[in-house]
Design a protein around this ligand. Structure first.
Ligand SMILES: [Mg+2]
Length: 429
């Protein structure tokens, strides 16, 4: 596999006042949680005029793409919140024009991949390739499902390998092929285009890692049929928008995609989905401890939240065992207490609990982790184990939170625990 597999990632949530963004710690791009946090600590005062967005973004120091992206997302969230509108409305986009999202099948034994493809029931699948058995994998999956198939070689083929396998994959009705060549082989894309044209192979070729921003898109004009847009590559929504417009100006198709990201980062990107032909936004479907809710899924069909800004909410629907887990091991919430510039007391957290579907006025049950543990022990005694709970984690109140935000663009850093993959061995990229 070109990028390796992992079942845990440690991302960082970034807050600008009420705005939230996410930095994905993608090892392949050299990003780590520590590196992202170190970058965020180096960010100077970003300014005090929210609507001066270009200048604010220009004040971000050079460095972590993921952290730069998270600042951009948090700024857009705040922008929408100040104006009281969801981002897609501020961009003038129709939320009903969202493409279906694909679901990713990670590399494994061909039979296992075929089984996963069938079991997913998804109408659009993205198959990760880049091994000796690529054709075998695609053949097995094609046999097991009628779903649309897209292939991501993750920069795993040489020019010659790509030229051999791409014509063969045409037999399996592959919709398009993503990143067949090495990341820096821009010339290779022009070479491949000519060779495939000579063989009358029409499978569209998309660039992912080779096209990080609008400049890269322009360099690839004439060599590729489509481009994969991700906010983590483009360093935010603003440059992603430029990528999309640049691609359109060169008659390219566009797929909107994500890294291993929670609902924060994926929802931020999804506001641009009405501008794109394809979506590969299954990040939240691949993790099991999403700290936010936002983009909703009904199978492959997505719908954008209507809240202002990104429209994401810290409200998490958990089942009882997840609640227990929260207190049995170091959790994202525990880490949050210690990483916010060490200024927030662990006792500022309150847990408001209402039973699912019943609206009782929220009551602060616990003000310390120890108290929480005791409360949940008690709770477990009186409610059945699998009873769905709606657990809302809030700051004790907005007032206390505000005390700790000394000025509008003070950059607060939250670390949180690993986003744990439901499908072991799945990688994104
Ligand atoms: Mg890719």
């Amino acid at each position: 596999m070109a990028h390796g597999a992992s079942d845990q990632r440690f991302n960082v949530l970034v807050y600008l006042d009420d705005g939230v963004g996410e930095a994905a710690a993608v090892p392949y791009y050299g990003e780590t949680q520590d590196g992202i946090i170190a970058y965020l600590k180096s960010v100077p005062d970003l300014g005090d005029d929210l609507f001066d967005m270009d200048n604010i973004l220009a004040r971000r120091p050079a460095g972590s793409r993921a952290a730069r992206s998270a600042i951009d997302e948090a700024l857009h969230d705040l922008w929408g919140k100040k104006l009281g509108q969801p981002l897609y409305k501020l961009f003038g986009l129709n939320p009903n024009n969202l493409p279906l999202t694909s679901f990713t099948i990670g590399m494994d034994e061909p039979a296992v991949m075929a089984e996963q493809a069938k079991a997913s029931g998804h109408p659009v699948l993205k198959i990760k390739l880049g091994s000796e058995r690529d054709e075998e994998m695609v053949a097995a999956i094609r046999k097991s499902t009628n779903a649309k198939l897209r292939v991501d070689a993750n920069a795993g083929w040489s020019r010659e390998q790509a030229l051999q396998i791409i014509p063969r994959l045409a037999d399996y009705e592959v919709e398009f092929i993503e990143q067949p060549l090495a990341v820096d082989d821009v010339e290779g894309y022009f070479w491949l285009k000519e060779k495939l044209k000579a063989q009358k192979i029409k499978t569209p070729i998309f660039a992912d890692e080779t096209a990080k921003n609008s400049h890269d898109v322009a360099k690839l004009a004439g060599a590729i049929d489509g481009v994969v847009v991700k906010t983590m590559k483009s360093e935010g929504i603003r440059e992603a928008l430029r990528m999309i417009h640049t691609a359109r100006a060169h008659d390219m198709q566009i797929m909107l995609s994500c890294m291993v990201e929670s609902s924060v980062g994926v929802t931020a990107a999804a506001h641009l989905a009405p501008l794109c032909d394809y979506a590969d936004l299954d990040g939240p479907l691949l993790i099991k401890n999403d700290p936010y809710t936002g983009l909703k899924y009904d199978g492959a069909k997505m719908s954008l939240p209507n809240g202002a800004g990104l429209g994401v909410s810290e409200e998490v629907i958990l089942n009882f065992s997840t609640v227990q887990n929260l207190f049995q091991r170091p959790s994202k919430y525990c880490e949050i207490r210690t990483t916010v510039k060490n200024r927030r007391s662990p006792y500022l957290w309150a847990f408001f609990i209402t039973t699912h579907g019943r609206s009782t006025s929220p009551t602060p049950f616990a003000l310390s982790p120890l108290f929480s543990q005791r409360f949940f022990n008690f709770f477990e005694m009186i409610f059945p184990m699998d009873m769905p709970l709606k657990l809302e984690l809030h700051f004790c109140c907005q007032y206390l939170f505000n005390i700790f935000i000394s000025c509008l663009f003070d950059c607060s850093v939250y670390g949180f625990g690993g986003l744990q993959g439901q499908c072991g061995g799945n990688t994104r990229g």
